[in-house]
Design a protein around this ligand. Structure first.
Ligand SMILES: *Cc1c(COP(=O)(O)O)cnc(C)c1O
Length: 418
C-alpha cells in the first residue's frame, strides 16, 4: 500500500527544482495534460514569436528576411540548440522536414554506405512494434530500390540478437517504444549491430527531451526524431536529423533538393551536395513552423536532461504506485517496464475498454491518449507536469473506473485522430 497522500505530492512540488519552468507554458485551466508525448504543450513565448514572424519578419521584412531575420540559417541554428539534448556535437544536427521524410533520407544513405562496403547486405531489421510510419518508410524504400531489399521484423527486443547477421544492412530501431514506453539500450544494441557489420538508425521521437540520449557515446550512425512531442515545438513542427560525422559526407541522400546543394543560389544544373549535415536538407523550409521550435528549445536550455530524468522517474514511479494502490481492483495491466533503465517518460496501461476509458478521462480534464489495442497512454513531461496533478489524475481515474462512467455509449465514438 502506498504511504502517499495529496499533501505529500504538494511537498514534492514545493521541492521541485523544475517548478519555475512550468510558468513558461500556457496550460488551460482545469486540464491535467498527460499527452506531452504526443503533442507538447505551448510555450508561452510561442504566441509572441509567431506574431513577430508573421507581422515583422514576413509582413515588413518580406523576402529580405531570408538574410536579415536568419531564416536561411534556421535549420542549423535550431539543430545546434537541440544537439546537447541528444548527445550530438555542434553543426551535426538540422531541424527540417518530418520524421518520416528524414527517416527515408537516412535509411537510404545507410543502405548506400552498405552497398559499397558489402553489397550482400540487403536486410533492414526492426521491431514489429515499431511506430508504423517507420516500417512503412522502410517498405516504401525497399520497394523503390527493387534490388532484393527487405524488412525483417522481430517480435521483441530479445529477438534482435538472433535477427542481425551477415545479411543485415541496417538495424533500425525506435529508442523508446511509442506504445509501451519501453526504452532500449542504445549503446549495447549499436555495439551488437556494429560487431555484425550493420549500421544503426535510431528514431528518437519519444526520447528527445524525454530521457538522456548520448548518440556519440553510444557510437550511433544515424538518428531522427520529432520536435512536436517532448520538445514542445508545436503541431506538426519540423523534425531533426543527425548523422555521425564519419558517415555524413560519404554520399548524397536521395532527396537531393537545392537546399542541400553546396551553392543553392548558383542555380547550377548539376547537384553538388554541401559538406556537412546541411546536405540532409531538401527544399525551402517552413519558416513559421520552424521558428516555433526555438521557443521549446529555449526552455530546455534552462535545465538539463539529468534533472529532467530524475523528475520524470519520480513522476512515473508515483503514477504506477498510485494506480496500483488505488485502482488495483480493476482490470488494468501495466505495460511499461518497471525498471528505470527500461522506461521512457510515459506509462501505458492496458484495459479491456481502454478507448472509452481515455475518452471518459478526457471529459473529466485528464488528457491522455489511446493506442491500439486497448492501451491507455499517459505521458509525463517533467517541464510542466506536477506531482499534485499525478495524484489528481489517479483520483479521477479511480472515480471513472469505480463509477463505471466510461461505459457510457458516448465514449465509444471514435474521432479521426485517437
Ligand atoms: C511520432 C512518431 C513518428 C511521427 O512521424 P511523422 O513523420 O512526424 O508523422 C515517427 N516515428 C515514431 C517512433 C514516432 O513516435
Amino acid at each position: 500500500m502506498t504511504t502517499f497522500d495529496r499533501e505529500h505530492c504538494i511537498r514534492l512540488d514545493q521541492q521541485d527544482p523544475l517548478r519555475p519552468l512550468r510558468d513558461q507554458f500556457a496550460l488551460p485551466e482545469g486540464v491535467t495534460y498527460l499527452d506531452g508525448n504526443s503533442l507538447g504543450a505551448r510555450p508561452r513565448a510561442a504566441a509572441a514569436r509567431a506574431a513577430q514572424v508573421v507581422a515583422e519578419e514576413w509582413g515588413e521584412g518580406l523576402i529580405r528576411s531570408w538574410n536579415t531575420a536568419g531564416w536561411f540559417e534556421l535549420p542549423q541554428r535550431l539543430g545546434n540548440k537541440l544537439a546537447p539534448l541528444v548527445g550530438a556535437g555542434q553543426d551535426e544536427v538540422v531541424v527540417t522536414d518530418t520524421t518520416s521524410i528524414n527517416l527515408f533520407k537516412v535509411l537510404a544513405a545507410a543502405l548506400r554506405v552498405q552497398q559499397t562496403r558489402d553489397p550482400a547486405r540487403k536486410v533492414i531489421v526492426s521491431e514489429a512494434s515499431n511506430f508504423p510510419t517507420d516500417l512503412y518508410i522502410a517498405q516504401g524504400l525497399a520497394d523503390l530500390l527493387q534490388q532484393g531489399y527487405s524488412l525483417r521484423l522481430v517480435n521483441s527486443p530479445a529477438e534482435i540478437d538472433a535477427a542481425v547477421g551477415a545479411d543485415t544492412a541496417v538495424l533500425m530501431l525506435t529508442h523508446v517504444n511509442y506504445k509501451t514506453g519501453e526504452m532500449l539500450d542504445m549503446a549495447s544494441l549499436t555495439e551488437l549491430a556494429h560487431a555484425r557489420g550493420a549500421l544503426t538508425v535510431w528514431d528518437l521521437c519519444h526520447s528527445a527531451g524525454a530521457v538522456p540520449v548520448n548518440l556519440k557515446a553510444a557510437g550511433a550512425d544515424y538518428a531522427i526524431g520529432c520536435t512536436y512531442k517532448y520538445l514542445n515545438g508545436g503541431p506538426g513542427s519540423p523534425a531533426f536529423v543527425w548523422v555521425a560525422p564519419a558517415l555524413r559526407d560519404a554520399f548524397w541522400q536521395p532527396l537531393s533538393g537545392w537546399w542541400g546543394h553546396a551553392a543553392p543560389f548558383a542555380m547550377d544544373p548539376q547537384y553538388r551536395p554541401v559538406e556537412g549535415v546541411r546536405r540532409f536538407l531538401c527544399g525551402t523550409q517552413p519558416v513559421t513552423s520552424l521558428a516555433m521550435v526555438e521557443c521549446g528549445l529555449d526552455i530546455f536550455a534552462q535545465t538539463n536532461m539529468q534533472v529532467l530524468r530524475a523528475k520524470s522517474l519520480l513522476l512515473t514511479d508515483l503514477f504506477i504506485e498510485l494506480v496500483e494502490a488505488r485502482c488495483g481492483h480493476h482490470p488494468l495491466t501495466l505495460v511499461t517496464p518497471r525498471e528505470h533503465a527500461r522506461r521512457g517518460s510515459q506509462v501505458s496501461l492496458e484495459h479491456p475498454d481502454g478507448y472509452a476509458l481515455v475518452q471518459a478521462l478526457i471529459e473529466r480534464g485528464v488528457i491522455g491518449d489511446y493506442r491500439e489495442p486497448r492501451i491507455a497512454r499517459f505521458g509525463f513531461t517533467p517541464l510542466y507536469t506536477s506531482f499534485a496533478e499525478v495524484w489528481d489524475a489517479v483520483e479521477i481515474l479511480r472515480d471513472v473506473l469505480d463509477s463505471g462512467a466510461y461505459r457510457d455509449a458516448r465514449f465509444q465514438t471514435r474521432g479521426q485522430v485517437t
